[in-house]
Design a protein around this ligand. Structure first.
Ligand SMILES: *Cc1c(COP(=O)(O)O)cnc(C)c1O
Length: 407
């Protein structure tokens, strides 16, 4: 393994490092408070109390009542629970669901599976910055619509969707509204009352808690079927002996994130905008997604014409820099990202993207280092690229032609 000190980790949308304070909070759950919270004897009462503390911490960060928080095994489960749970419970009322084309696969693939079960799903298109509008949602609604699921912030291009507007509309129409806020929690303020959401998903490992723990906010009175059946844990709504250590960690992590939200976001925006400014000096590059306050504070996503994202990632890796690409090549598929296609990028461009997502541990020096090494990498990759060589040839012909024209 590479020396940890030398790694520049800029893939915080994929996962984050567990914070010291979070690790310290969860450690006693393994050797000291290992008891089953459902047991009757004295020692298990403390373990049970730890769950209550964590539930309070999550509730406080979201602006809801602790009784509205259900712990899950991560963001994907929370999304599945919200969407399948509402769909099946409310089937008698209607079979129509509205979502967007740029959701995370945990939402998209769930909706696609529901289509096979007889539900109808509308996948709203987005504009060139990745936005959906409340108006689009309104126009897609029918008397069969039972659920709208629109993500709070996009994991690839950082677009922050108009959740409060869509929430207001759904509340007026008495349609349930779910938002996948996995990328938003810890980056931007969240208040489920102001946003008028009925269900909200979050995940521990995107905010410095461990992987495999998450939560679903379910507004009081929302009717949904269970996803995981078994014991009576989580007030009978989510079976399985609680992941106590993970839940304690999630509570601590969200409490810390919430306490430092404004200053963290401001620092991230500073690093983000410097990174964008530096990278866009490279010829034939451009930003994907919106700029400024309508973008997640920690997200950078750029396109470099004439080359493939995978080549950029491998070369960055040689420099100890961890990033991600919009294309799923690394996972064995050659499909470009559905998000980049949805914002209107042609296939060949969607392959040349680079996503760098910042976190608390990133420094201005790291940002400068990336800005320093990237131009050389892009230049090298282009020098091997037939597309780039073609482009240069075409430019040359154009120049000669315009000279002849002026003669
Ligand atoms: C990571 C992510 C998920 C999935 O969360 P897991 O905890 O990894 O299951 C869902 N939605 C979004 C937007 C994400 O970024």
């Amino acid at each position: 393994m590479r020396d940890e000190q030398r790694i520049i980790y800029m893939d915080n949308a994929a996962t984050t490092r567990v914070k010291k304070e979070v690790l310290e909070a969860m450690m006693p759950c393994f050797e000291e408070f290992y008891f089953n919270p459902s047991s009757i004897y004295g020692p298990s009462q403390h373990t049970k109390a730890l769950l209550d503390v964590a539930r309070d911490q999550v509730a406080k960060a979201l602006g809801c009542d602790p009784s509205e928080v259900y712990f899950t095994a991560g963001g994907s489960e929370a999304d599945n629970y919200a969407i399948k749970g509402v769909a099946f419970r409310n089937r008698a009322k209607g079979n129509h669901i509205i979502t967007s084309a740029i959701e995370h696969h945990a939402v998209l693939h769930t909706c696609q599976w529901l289509e096979k079960q007889g539900f109808e799903v509308t996948y709203l298109p987005v504009d060139e910055e990745g936005f959906v509008t409340a108006r689009q949602v309104k126009e897609a609604m029918t008397d069969q619509t039972i659920l709208v699921s629109i993500m709070m912030a996009n994991n690839e291009i950082g677009t922050i969707e108009p959740i409060a507007e869509i929430g207001t509309l759904c509340r007026e129409r008495s349609v349930y509204f779910h938002t996948d806020a996995v990328q938003a929690v810890g980056q931007i303020p969240i208040d489920v009352q102001a946003l008028k959401v009925d269900l909200l998903s979050l995940s521990g490992h995107k905010l410095h808690a461990p992987k495999g723990v998450g939560a679903l906010y379910v507004r009081k009175g929302v009717r949904l079927d269970n996803l995981i059946h078994g014991g009576a844990q989580e007030r009978g709504r989510r079976a399985g002996t609680e992941n106590v250590a993970g839940i304690v960690a999630l509570g601590k992590a969200i409490e810390l994130a919430d306490a430092h939200l404004a200053e963290h976001a401001q620092r991230m925006r500073g690093l983000r905008d410097r990174l964008i400014e530096g990278i866009l000096q490279i010829p034939y590059s451009r930003l994907n997604g919106p700029a400024g306050d309508r973008r997640l504070p920690n997200n950078v996503n750029v396109i470099f014409e004439f080359i493939e994202g995978e080549g950029i990632l491998l070369n960055l890796d040689f420099e100890g820099i961890c990033g991600s690409s919009g294309s799923a090549c690394t996972s064995g598929s050659l499909d470009p990202s559905h998000v980049l296609l949805a914002i209107g990028l042609p296939h060949e461009l969607a392959h040349g993207s680079l996503r760098l997502t910042l976190g608390e541990f990133n420094t201005p020096q790291e940002v400068e280092k990336v800005i320093e090494v990237l131009p050389g990498i892009i230049e090298k990759l282009r020098s091997y690229s037939p597309l780039w060589l073609n482009h240069l040839k075409e430019e040359q012909t154009k120049k000669v032609q315009s000279k002849e024209d002026t003669l």
